[in-house]
Design a protein around this ligand. Sequence first.
Ligand code: SF4
Ligand code: SF4
Length: 188
Amino acid sequence: MAVTVKKGKAQGIINEVQQASGVDMSVCFQCKKCSSGCPVSKLVKSPPSEIMRRLHLDAGDELLDSDILWMCVSCETCSARCPMGIDVAAVMDALRHLALEKGASKKEDNVSLFNRAFLKTVQIFGRTYDIAMIAAYKVGSRKFMGDTEKFPSMLKKRKIALLPKLSGDRKTTRRIFKKAKERKEGAK
Ligand code: SF4
Ligand code: SF4
């Protein structure tokens, strides 16, 4: 498929992405191995290899509206499959951060809400705690009754625990969050 990008409206964001991800994207030769292994590539408008191509072609902020940023499950298959050792998942992460920073994620607000709810529980408990995460998500999204019919069977099958399991190394987790916050503030 031919890839075209809008020209002349905004500057390309490849440098910002390279700086944030620490990834050199110049060695991508469009073999598409990242896209062929990506579990969501058939569900999105632009699979990872196309995102890479668009970055090369100097695509600007319009890239931050790409649906893959919010469909990507951070499985890192793309990074593992790339023959050039490009950390494609880190590129997706950098794009997501830019999208949030520039307010480009409005269409997918509930995904970033879910992301925040997940990270908050990891920050507090040292690992994810489903009940707290679901509660935070439901309060934020105001979808109080959605998917509740699945709750009893998940509880019965022990897929979900009522009480949190604390991580034995919460100090390290807190240190990671502190460093990430400092890094973010330093980048402003
Ligand atoms: S697998 Fe690597 S080299 Fe191939 S298209 Fe994806 S990023 Fe580019
Ligand atoms: S990390 Fe994201 S983009 Fe990469 S293969 Fe997984 S879902 Fe696809």
